[in-house]
Write a protein that binds this ligand. Structure first.
Ligand SMILES: [Zn+2]
Length: 526
């Protein structure tokens, strides 16, 4: 399951097949005039200028006519490929063939599909457009696709990649009907396998050592390309508004990361030795990179570093440290903590609100200071004017503190009058509520704290405390907040961006847990 890795080579290949076969392969077809009919040649010329719709080179009607007999003569197809890891070809008398042009930088690349009538209507409608959209997305995220074509070959139930050519599933039933699952399975596998042209066919990592370096990185760009495809072709994903990606978003890895530690290995494990191959080598690295991009580094910085890695290592053989180091040196962001936690351990992310204390301001001396004064024989007038913070519910707390205004806090009022000009005083905020919020981190993976505060008037404010907040204390951190309005609710990670495996501690005040039976009843009702 961890697939082969090969160095780069040049190929000159001649393949002789029955004359009624349609054949496509890795490399440039160098004797097109010998193997194409006149009408195929005309359609091909047209396809090279068609940037929005595929042009059919061999039609379904022609395929069905050809399928009735068997040619007795042969044709030889000749291909030349440079700088490729491998060579693949597909040949059949039952192949429909279509293609369209894609602008990549200032070059035209051909997006190509070959499929039997069994693939239609799905394949004729979408395969080549998916290939074209994938080439654009991957080129934007990495480097301009350097080969002259990318082919998607229909397969009954397989996804497998070779340079410039790949095999993809997604077959309608005999009546031509297909489910959403088949359709999205086909889109996803084509994007994924065409994406493999970039990782590992060009950025040539060794899948047998580091499966995640092509499967994981590729699955990450696949997610970006799926979202692009959904935006470019809304009719393909309707009634969905966004492409429903199976892998990539943080919450898609929560089930896996909250599973049993006995059946989990770090990403940095040889593919053969991992459990749960798909989650370990595809999904978790993809989610990790997506979290870096969306939540930790931001798209600009991440994309620049990721592009630098892709360009620096194209047609070379990177190892994990080459990826880790390039992402750091190109972005100037220290990511050691992230690589360590996400790639070298099986730790998970879990951050919550541990405790919220509420304080009020008063000039009235608190019990602690009063005791200290008495024990030393001092009077209140011996002290400079002081201001005290009193925790709600403590011995010093009085209900009147909740409605006190600045005028009631005499010492503070005096200080302001003595030290500030009327202009400065006019600009002063007037916080009445003071909080000490303690965030806890039971999880081993450090993440930024994304906190959403809701105030008594229903308004919300989101504050992201950067991940470095955990540098000196990895278990809990406290935040002091002064607010003009009462805080009624705090939610950590409201958009589920950090793969937090336990959201029961993410909300304050704690949501009352319904009994299991009540939950069951609600589900039945709903
Ligand atoms: Zn793959």
């Amino acid at each position: 399951r961890d697939e082969f890795a090969l160095p780069f080579g040049n190929y000159d290949v001649s393949i002789t097949v029955p004359a009624d076969h349609i054949l496509d392969a890795t490399g440039e077809l160098i004797n097109r005039k010998e193997v194409f009919s006149k009408i195929m040649m005309q359609r091909y010329t047209q396809a090279k200028k068609s940037f929005s719709e595929p042009v059919v080179i061999v039609t379904q009607a022609e395929v069905e006519a050809a399928s009735k007999g068997f040619a007795t003569n042969t044709k030889t197809w000749k291909f030349r490929a440079e700088q490729v890891r491998d060579f693949g070809f597909a040949s059949s008398r039952r192949y429909i063939w279509d293609m369209m042009a894609v602008k990549i930088g200032n070059r035209d690349v051909m997006a190509v599909s070959v499929y039997p009538p069994e693939g239609n209507p799905l394949w004729g409608e979408w395969s080549t457009k998916v290939v074209a959209s994938t080439l654009k997305s991957y080129s934007r995220m990495t480097f301009n696709y350097p080969y002259h074509k990318a082919i998607s070959v229909h397969a009954k139930n397989q996804g497998m990649e070779y340079p410039m050519i790949c095999w993809n599933y997604g077959r309608p039933d005999k009546e031509g009907n297909y489910s959403e699952r088949t359709k999205y399975g086909m889109f996803g596998v084509i994007i994924h396998e065409v994406g493999h042209n970039f990782f590992p066919m060009i950025v040539n990592s060794d899948e047998r050592q580091w499966t995640w370096m092509d499967e994981g990185i590729n699955t990450f760009v696949q997610y970006v390309a799926e979202q692009d495809f959904g935006e470019a072709y809304p009719e393909a994903i309707a009634p969905n508004k966004k492409y429903p990606s199976r892998r990539g978003p943080a919450k898609t890895i929560v089930d896996y990361m909250s599973g049993s530690q006995d059946r989990m290995a770090p990403i940095m494990t040889k593919g053969l030795n991992t459990y749960n191959f798909g989650a370990n080598a595809y999904s978790k690295p993809a989610v990790g990179l997506n979290i870096l991009r969306e939540t930790i580094m931001g798209r600009d910085l991440f994309d620049y570093a990721f592009k630098t890695y892709s360009r620096r290592w194209m047609f070379k053989h990177p190892n994990p440290e080459d990826f880790f180091r390039t992402m750091e040196d190109a972005s100037a962001v220290d990511l050691d903590w992230f690589w360590r936690a996400w790639f070298f351990t099986t730790d998970y992310s879990d951050i919550g609100v541990q405790e919220v204390k509420k304080f009020y301001v008063t000039s009235k001396m608190n019990a602690e200071v009063r005791q200290m004064m008495e024990s030393r024989g001092m009077k209140e007038s011996d002290l400079p004017p002081l201001v005290y913070l009193v925790e709600e519910g403590s011995d010093d707390y009085e209900e009147s503190m909740e409605t006190a205004t600045l005028n009631d806090v005499v010492t503070l009022q005096q200080y302001i009058m003595d030290n500030m000009t009327p202009a400065e005083r006019a600009k002063l905020k007037n916080p009445r509520f003071f909080y000490e919020v303690t965030f806890e981190k039971p999880g081993g993976v450090p993440m930024p704290i994304i906190a959403e505060y809701t105030y008594s008037d229903g308004s919300t404010e989101r504050i992201t405390y950067p991940v470095q907040i955990w540098r000196k204390n990895d278990a809990s951190v406290g935040m002091v907040i002064a607010s003009e309005m009462e805080i009624t609710k705090i939610v950590v990670d409201p958009d589920e961006e950090t793969a937090d495996i336990d959201t029961s501690n993410n909300t304050w005040p704690k949501r009352k847990k319904l009994g299991e039976f009540n939950e069951f009843k609600q589900k039945v009702k709903g």
